[in-house]
Design a protein around this ligand. Structure first.
Ligand SMILES: Nc1ncnc2c1ncn2[C@@H]1O[C@H](COP(=O)(O)OP(=O)(O)O)[C@@H](O)[C@H]1O
Ligand SMILES: [Mg+2]
Length: 270
């Protein structure tokens, strides 16, 4: 069996055209191993979603290489990608769920994708129970659920496809603070059980602390620091990582939120 990481990018760039092109991703190399949860954090606009779309083949890369299980990722449309072993979960569950179809049928689509790859699966009701919803919910429609419940359904659908790689772009950012950690922990448990790798994107360093094995810090299209999550918290090396950590409120609620970094500071970090 090959030992290649489930996902590897080498010097990937993504630019958007126009009169003033935006260089959203500037030579990024990342690696996600089987069973590993890797967090990608950085402020809004730093290029996280562009990188996520590039690694799953939804965005054209300007240069560099993306390997999935050691093989180049083919640029595919959303429809065909469901059978490649890569699944995505987005911030807004309404992006992944069809409002006009029963949730059970949508989870069945995931199960069918796994079956097509020769993988046996549980029933839609079982998957709903795995994400904390009653099996009888299979016959209901997405609008009958809260935002957090819909995101659980979107996760069940993605995981039912038995992916080898799950790319989750801000999957908990729209959820209540009280359900964020339970949904994140659930995603980690389910992907680890499958032996899949997960790239978990968040603009909030605090939320990834408890479950990410490694953390990548992105600033202005580049990864400025990466390492084991515990190491990164204990000994942040890059000034931007230190600024992100300093901006996290203390657990006792005393909060120490500094002013945003100045333009000069930011320039000095690049
Ligand atoms: N489709 C697009 N066309 C043009 N510019 C884009 C497009 N998508 C993103 N951008 C720009 O690329 C940069 C990175 O955006 P994005 O990858 O969405 O960052 P993040 O997910 O970290 O918020 C931003 O300057 C954004 O405005
Ligand atoms: Mg984004």
């Amino acid at each position: 069996m090959s030992e290649s990481p489930v996902l590897e990018s080498r010097d990937v760039t993504v630019s958007y055209g126009g009169r003033r092109p935006v260089h959203a991703v500037r030579g990024v190399s990342i690696r996600v191993e089987r069973g590993e949860t890797v967090a990608l954090v950085g402020e809004s606009g730093c290029g996280k979603s562009s990188l996520a779309r590039a690694v799953v083949g939804m965005e054209r890369i300007g240069s560099g290489t993306v390997l999935f299980d050691g093989e180049p990722v083919p640029p595919l449309g959303l429809r065909t990608r469901k059978n490649t072993g890569i699944q995505m979960v987005f911030q807004d569950p309404n992006t992944s769920l069809n409002p006009r179809r029963r949730v059970g049928d949508q989870i069945e689509d995931g199960i069918a994708a796994a079956t097509a790859r020769g993988l046996a699966g549980s029933s839609a009701g079982d998957w709903l129970e795995r994400v904390g919803l009653p099996a009888a919910s299979v016959s209901r429609y997405p609008h009958e659920f809260s935002g957090g419940q819909k995101q659980r359904i979107a996760i069940a659908r993605a995981i039912a496809a038995r992916p080898r790689l799950l790319v989750a772009d801000e999957p908990i950012s729209a959820l209540d603070a009280s359900t964020q950690s339970s949904v994140a922990a659930l995603m980690k448990d389910l992907t680890r059980e499958l032996g899949a790798g997960m790239l978990f994107i968040s603009h909030d360093l605090a939320v990834v602390r408890r479950f990410a094995d490694r953390t990548l810090v992105m600033l202005a299209g580049e990864i400025v620091e990466s390492g084991e999550t515990a190491r990164l918290w204990a000994e942040p090396q890059h000034p931007y990582t230190r600024a992100l950590l300093a901006a996290i409120p203390e657990p006792d609620g005393s909060g120490r939120i500094p002013a945003s970094p100045s333009a000069e500071e930011r320039r000095s970090w690049l």
